[in-house]
Design a binder for this molecule. Structure first.
Ligand code: HEM
Length: 387
């Protein structure tokens, strides 16, 4: 006679631990979460070189952020009078608070970084081409959401760094003709960064943006399956000499085991960063004393650098054209050749153009990060001496 516990477990998992091929197929098909995967996957898509695991790492970072964020919410108050005190408490009073904040902070930076790397990988393998055009568009929206998530979180510590970084970035909106100033007021809840802005950023950061991101990620990953799996046509990945080339293997265990390994690796990476480097916390925000220079978060520094040359071109025209081109890319470049191949020779022009754009953006970011000093003048990264 089975015990009540065994009966309970059986009611939740009627199939039990799958032991045969048939049961593993059923396990994937019958589980809400595993159902985003097909029951079988192509061997080529399991090759590390196919995706470098970048989309998965980005997803894992999102999960880490949600979990650590819920924890942080138990300590944090979105008020200009209390937020900074709470951050100090996290560092000095709450046990494990500093580590938790570090985990959240570094996972946020890493998510932006890995999202960019994932975008670059998808471009370089031509994986946005038919039938994956719409998934690319979803990806671009996810990229915007990732930036928005990180940006809204940036203000919450309410120290000099966060206050002025958000002030500088929000001011860039003023360069958008007609719509810019009202958009900025809507975002900040007034003319300046203050209590209204802090509350708006908080609600966006902990509820609105993560919810939309979660839903979009679900559709994005589901589309990978519906679009026929990953775009990997490269015979090298399928193993040309392998007699089983391009065969299908069971998702459980082949794909799931790899997912677990990448998840562990992501967690270890975040923990190492959190142990090695503390998240910064400067003095409490002081609207009367702007630091000189005031810099935007690193992912907007390229934009800030362009604005320093021309407010209209750098702050509005070039970013708008770039965003529109990124969204429309699969419809502009609809030639199916080279899809699923790394750096296909049929796409030399597109890849060269893309490389120039990415290199320029990286260069502008590096300049903004290390080569700009007081009054945005040129300086050497060491010692702050002028160039
Ligand atoms: C929150 C951000 C994102 C998450 C969590 C995410 C997640 C994923 C995952 C797990 C995959 C399948 C495996 C892999 O490629 O590693 C994938 C594939 C894909 N992603 Fe993303 N992604 C994100 C952002 C983006 C961005 C910014 C783009 C491009 C603009 C993009 C475009 C695509 C495309 C087209 C595929 C299919 C690739 C193929 O078939 O080879 N994604 N994404």
């Amino acid at each position: 006679m089975p015990s009540p516990w065994k009966k309970f477990v059986h009611s939740v998992f009627p199939l039990g631990w799958p032991r045969s091929h048939r049961e593993r197929l059923q396990a994937v098909r019958g589980n809400l979460w595993l159902h985003v995967f097909p029951a079988r996957v192509r061997t080529g898509s399991l090759h590390p070189k196919a995706t470098l695991g970048l989309g998965l790492i980005t997803f894992n970072l999102f999960v880490i952020l949600c979990l650590s964020g819920v924890w942080l919410m138990m300590v944090y108050t979105p008020s200009t009078a209390l937020a900074y005190r709470d951050m100090n408490d996290l560092a000095h009073v709450v046990s494990g608070g500093r580590f938790l904040r570090n985990v959240h902070r570094w996972a946020a930076h890493l998510m932006v970084l890995f999202c960019i790397l994932h975008l670059i990988r998808v471009f370089c393998t031509g994986a946005y081409k038919r039938p994956r055009e719409f998934n690319w568009v979803l990806g671009v929206l996810l990229f915007g959401l990732t930036l928005a998530l990180s940006f809204t979180g940036y203000l919450l510590p309410w120290d000099q760094l966060s206050f002025w970084a958000i002030t500088v970035s929000a001011n860039i909106l003023d360069y958008v003709p007609v719509l810019g100033p009202p958009m900025r007021r809507l975002l900040l809840g007034g003319e300046e960064v203050g209590q209204a802005a802090l509350l708006r950023f908080y609600v966006l950061h902990v509820f609105a943006l993560p919810t939309v991101a979660f839903l979009l990620i679900a559709v994005h990953v589901w589309r990978v399956r519906k679009d026929g799996g990953l775009a990997c046509s490269d015979p090298e990945l399928r193993g040309k000499e392998d007699p089983n080339a391009n065969t299908y293997v069971l998702t459980w265990p082949h794909l799931l085991l790899r997912l677990m390994l990448v998840m562990q690796a992501t967690l270890i990476l975040v923990f190492i960063c959190a142990l090695l480097w503390d998240a910064p916390l400067l003095k409490i925000a002081n609207p009367a004393h702007p630091p000189n220079p005031s810099k935007a978060p690193w992912y907007f520094l390229g934009l800030q650098e362009m604005v320093s040359y021309s407010a209209f071109w750098g702050g509005f025209f070039i970013p708008t054209v770039f965003a529109v081109l990124l969204l429309l890319l699969p419809y502009v470049d609809s030639n199916p050749k080279g899809a699923g191949y790394w750096f296909s020779r049929h796409r030399r022009f597109a890849i060269t153009l893309f490389a120039i754009i990415i290199f320029s953006l990286a260069l502008l970011t590096v300049i903004g990060l290390w080569f700009r000093g007081t009054h945005w003048t040129w300086q050497w990264p060491w010692g702050g001496t002028r160039i």
